[in-house]
Design a protein around this ligand. Structure first.
Ligand code: HEC
Length: 275
């Protein structure tokens, strides 16, 4: 019986250690490099300035190709996000045109966007984007949460305890800021599965103007836009982390109370026995 158990355990361990090696062999995609994020960990919060800059990069650069269908302009003023003012959001929305209608003449018409409207896509559908760009750029609404990867044994056992939830943003950062290293092939990328991506490096130093004095570098742009994409994918992240902490604090307090209640109840029972 004991021998069977140890045999089973040995087989399991062998399988677990063999797995990552096999996975790495299949495609030579690099594992994203961990970055530091203000929203990581149980007390994490977004950096408002970073989210505002990230939106700026998204709007100036990424949204030329990628859509973000779940984003309404008014979300940009809501608590827990970039928190632009209502007036800023109204002015921003008015710069875009959206289709509305049909009007009295039975035809659709265009009008300036309002805060309740969703962020318009540059391409009417993914097929149209693919025809121009060679591949369909994925919608960015939940991209930062949709991209994950295996960190392999033994890290995947550790991740739940260190609350590592930044796989998506680490991937986006690595892909854009670190992945384009081949001078001859603009579509080679070390972090994209398969090593070849239809999107050439979308950012270069000085491309987007920052008004708050932050460095206008690829690294800064990418970090900011990745943080912004994280907020889009999980607009209630700050709320979730606050609630999580309250629940933990309550559970610890409650466990303490139960412990002392138990001690008192049993102390009394003993007392009666002796009387
Ligand atoms: C010129 C058009 C264009 C621009 C601008 C652009 N992208 Fe892309 N992007 C694409 C296309 C096309 C793909 C799909 C690539 C593929 O499937 O090979 C893509 C893919 C991606 C992916 C990979 C998603 C995956 O499937 O894993 C990420 C991440 C990404 N883009 C982020 C960005 C960010 C951030 C910006 C802005 C800084 C940006 N892109 C700007 C066209 C663009």
């Amino acid at each position: 019986m004991i021998r069977l158990k140890t045999l089973g355990l040995a087989a399991l361990l062998a399988a677990a250690t063999a797995l990552p090696a096999a996975a790495q062999h299949e495609h030579e995609t690099k594992t994203p490099v961990r970055q530091s994020w203000s929203f990581a960990g149980p007390f994490g919060t977004f950096d408002r300035g970073e989210l505002q800059r990230g939106f700026h990069v998204f709007r100036e650069v990424c949204s030329n190709c990628h859509s973000a269908k779940a984003l309404a302009f008014r979300n940009l003023a809501q608590p827990g996000g970039p928190e632009f003012s209502e007036a800023q959001v109204r002015a921003l929305a008015a710069e875009y045109k959206v289709q509305d209608g049909p009007g009295d003449d039975g035809k659709m018409f265009e009008r300036p966007a309002r805060p309740a409207d969703h962020f318009p896509s540059n391409y009417p559908n993914p097929e149209a984007a693919k025809a121009v760009l060679g591949a369909a750029p994925p919608d960015m609404s939940v991209l930062a949460k949709a991209r994950s990867y295996s960190r392999g044994f033994p890290l995947f056992l550790v991740d739940p305890f260190i609350q590592y939830q930044e796989h998506g943003v680490d991937y986006i950062y690595s892909l854009i800021a670190l992945g384009y290293t081949d001078d001859k092939d603009p579509n080679a990328n070390q972090y994209f599965p398969g090593g070849h991506i239809a999107m050439a490096k979308p950012l270069s130093d000085g491309q987007v103007e920052y008004t708050d004095g932050s460095p206008e570098t690829v690294e800064q742009y990418t970090h900011d836009v990745a943080a912004y994409l994280m907020w889009m994918a999980e607009p209630k992240l700050e709320e979730r982390k606050k609630t999580g902490f309250k629940v933990m604090a309550f559970l610890i307090l409650f466990a303490g109370l139960l412990f002392f209640a138990k001690k008192r109840v049993w102390a009394k029972a003993h007392g009666q026995d002796h009387a």
